[in-house]
Design a protein around this ligand. Structure first.
Ligand code: G1P
Length: 322
């Protein structure tokens, strides 16, 4: 398990004030749970993914979380509102630590809601949040709550890269080629600048290509630091992959227009909270790291896996593993 927090001494503040968090998806892969509970509120141990995003945004220096929801998903916003009744009951019962946890989401950052009325894609979700920005904001961040990028702190590095090269900066992970068809994939060139060995210049970007057609195996993982020009690009693009307005296509359009786009190749790991398989792994990782649950979970997993291995050896005529 990778420690969730990067070395804080290395952190610098980003200049972005607003982080857009698209949270309008239907959570199809988590149905029936997501019939009434928004996917973004499903707990990793005890904390919803979107609260972790709020903490990451605040740690990167942002002060406003522009949460894009869909009709019927107002529960996402409720998580960021105070619950004085609950807090009072908890404090009366001496459960101050839990009361503090309940308040955390309300105190960490200011939430500004906006509704995406129709599911027209990630690019469209980002575009509807433009109205929340102040006139003097020349850049905006986007953080996808499906993606937990660990160790935390990549936005600080992305801000350093924007400070040096201007334009827009994204986070990339190098993945096995057969996995890239689930992602926006970069066409990249090396960046010869000293002190930026982890940075590549982006020549193009393609949304969810077939592995054989992918320009590289460097994929976008849910962290974007975008020049405000992205909104004009979003207004101009046609519908793309899946009939939706794709953020990837707007970034490709920025590159074609000569805007600098770079990626920070993240030296770490990403949990995909957007599907049950990835979500379960995140729960196991964070569960193992939690002081109150880790030791018991470790013992359980070890015993459980040993049981499976024994059963597999028994069923296997070769006696392998016996
Ligand atoms: C979105 C983006 C894609 C990106 C991915 C990261 O896809 O469209 O470019 O690589 O997030 O998680 P989604 O997973 O929403 O289909």
């Amino acid at each position: 398990m990778i420690s969730p927090d990067a070395d804080p001494s290395k952190a610098t503040r980003t200049s972005v004030r607003t982080v857009i968090v698209p949270a309008a998806g239907m959570g199809t892969r988590f149905l029936p749970a997501t019939k009434t509970v928004p996917k973004e509120l499903l707990p990793v141990v005890d904390t919803p993914g979107i609260e972790m995003i709020a903490e990451e945004a605040a740690a990167a220096g942002a002060t406003r979380l522009a949460v894009v929801t869909a009709p019927h998903k107002e529960g996402v916003l409720g998580h960021f509102r105070p619950r004085p009744d609950l807090e009072e009951t908890l404090r009366e019962r001496g459960k101050d630590a839990i009361a503090d946890k309940v308040n955390r989401a309300c105190e960490v950052i200011t939430v500004a809601p906006v509704v995406q009325e129709r599911p027209l894609g990630l690019g469209h979700a980002v575009l509807v949040a433009e109205e929340l920005l102040d006139a003097d904001e020349d850049a905006v961040a986007v953080m996808l709550p499906d993606d937990l990028v660990l160790p935390r702190g990549v936005m600080d590095r992305m801000a350093e890269v924007r400070a040096r090269f201007g334009g827009s900066v994204l986070c990339a992970l190098e993945l096995p080629r057969e996995e890239v068809s689930s992602y926006g994939v970069f066409d990249i060139a090396d960046c010869a600048e000293e002190g930026f060995a982890d940075v590549k210049r982006v020549r193009g970007m393609v949304e969810k290509p077939e592995p054989a057609e992918a320009p590289s195996n460097f994929a976008a993982v849910g962290r974007y630091l975008l020049d405000r020009a992205v909104f004009d690009a979003l207004r101009a693009i046609p519908r793309g992959k899946g009939g939706e307005y794709q953020l990837t296509d707007a970034i490709e359009a920025l590159i074609e227009d000569g805007h600098p786009v770079h990626v920070v190749v993240h030296d770490g790991f990403r949990h995909d909270l957007g599907n049950p398989g990835g979500f379960i792994r995140a729960c196991v990782d964070f569960g193992l790291a939690a002081p109150e649950y880790g030791p018991g979970l470790r013992r359980y997993l070890q015993a459980r896996l040993a049981e499976d291995d024994t059963a597999a050896a028994r069923d296997d005529g070769s006696g392998r593993g016996a």
